[in-house]
Design a protein around this ligand. Structure first.
Ligand code: BTN
Length: 331
């Protein structure tokens, strides 16, 4: 965190502790070890970001409203300095945080680097799809990890992220979402979040993994082509927490599961994934990346995270990539 951000986070925290009350400029200056002019300049910066801070001669400043931001000031205010997030790179607009994160990871960005954007002009989804990323209503971020795991466990890491996300939604929004293999999050069969995992390494070592996560949070108008298949937290639940609140909950849950996972255990994550799964024992159709389609009954996750599909002959196949949908009788 740079010095200016740290001061703004401290200033906001001081005003938040007494939200709605006046705090004198002299008190703030003393608490933060800055001049009154510096305080006034930082207040101006915070206002330009959207924080509602009133000022009055002889009374000082008071905080009247907090915006829903994913700006580093707001994120650090929520995360605190003991978060496993090591750096935050914020873009008001970028092509894709996944593209930026891969570039940064190649250039040596540390474990726990967060790349986040208010909007993406070329958001990417799995299997070459795009991800609609309008400003102000969604979360679009990529997390750079340098996990101490063998490369074949990387797909499990994606499932771990899906579980952490599902638990975050369950605890912060009061309703459990469903996970569609491998890592789509749904409410009532409509997708509101997805995960795109990219990695670099060799057969022996993972150099970096970046988890790109997109969540439709406050979206009320979806693009026409998505209207039937997608949703948002707001559309399904009527309301949704501020985006920074969701992120804080996600990162703390994710960090806990990651520690467990790096110590070698996947069983707990697998059983949590099963708890949220949308398709256990349902007839599904799998479209493999090469175009091949296979139908069968989804029998849950193998110990390594592959989907177990029981086909007509009774044989159980392991699916490691592709798209899975409920099979319909008319298909
Ligand atoms: C999917 O379900 O297909 C995965 C969607 C992943 C979207 C996120 S948004 C943040 C990050 N940047 C991208 O370009 N994609 C991921």
């Amino acid at each position: 965190m740079d010095e200016a951000t740290r001061t703004r986070v401290e200033l906001l925290s001081a005003l938040c502790r007494q939200e709605g009350e006046w705090v004198s400029s002299a008190t703030l200056a003393e608490r933060l070890g800055r001049s009154r002019t510096a305080i006034s300049n930082h207040v101006a910066e915070l206002r330009s970001l959207g924080y509602e801070i009133e000022s009055a001669t002889a009374r000082g400043y008071r905080l009247c409203g907090l915006p829903d931001l994913v700006h580093p000031v707001e994120l650090w205010r929520h995360l605190g300095s003991d978060s496993f997030i090591s750096e935050i790179h914020f873009f008001d607009e970028t092509d894709s945080t996944s593209t930026q994160a891969s570039r940064m990871a190649e250039a040596g960005a540390p474990h726990g680097t967060l790349v986040i954007a208010e909007r993406q002009s070329a958001g990417r989804g799995r299997l070459g799809r795009s991800w609609s990323s309008p400003a102000g209503v969604g979360l679009y971020f990529s997390l750079i990890l340098r996990p101490r795991i063998e490369p074949h466990r990387t797909p499990q890491l994606t499932l771990l992220a899906a579980v952490a996300l599902a638990r975050t939604i369950e605890s912060r929004c009061g309703r459990a979402p469903q996970i569609k293999w491998p890592n789509d999050l749904l409410f009532e069969g409509r997708k509101f979040a997805g995960i795109l995992t990219e990695m670099a390494g060799d057969v022996e070592r993972v150099r970096w993994v970046n988890l790109g996560i997109g969540i439709n949070v406050h979206t009320v108008k979806l693009p026409d082509e998505l209207a039937e298949i997608a949703t948002s937290l707001k559309l399904t639940l009527g309301e949704a927490p501020p985006r920074a609140v969701l992120l804080r909950a996600f990162f703390s849950g994710f960090a806990e599961l990651l520690e467990e996972f790096e110590a070698g255990s996947f069983e707990h994550i697998r059983s949590e994934w099963e708890r949220f799964t949308a398709m256990r024992d349902q007839r599904v159709r799998v479209s493999a990346p090469g175009g091949e389609k296979v139908e069968g009954i989804a029998r849950g996750l193998d110990t390594d995270g592959a989907l177990l599909l029981e086909v007509a002959s009774g044989e159980v196949r392991r699916i490691i990539a592709g798209d899975v949908n409920l099979a319909r009788d008319d298909e």
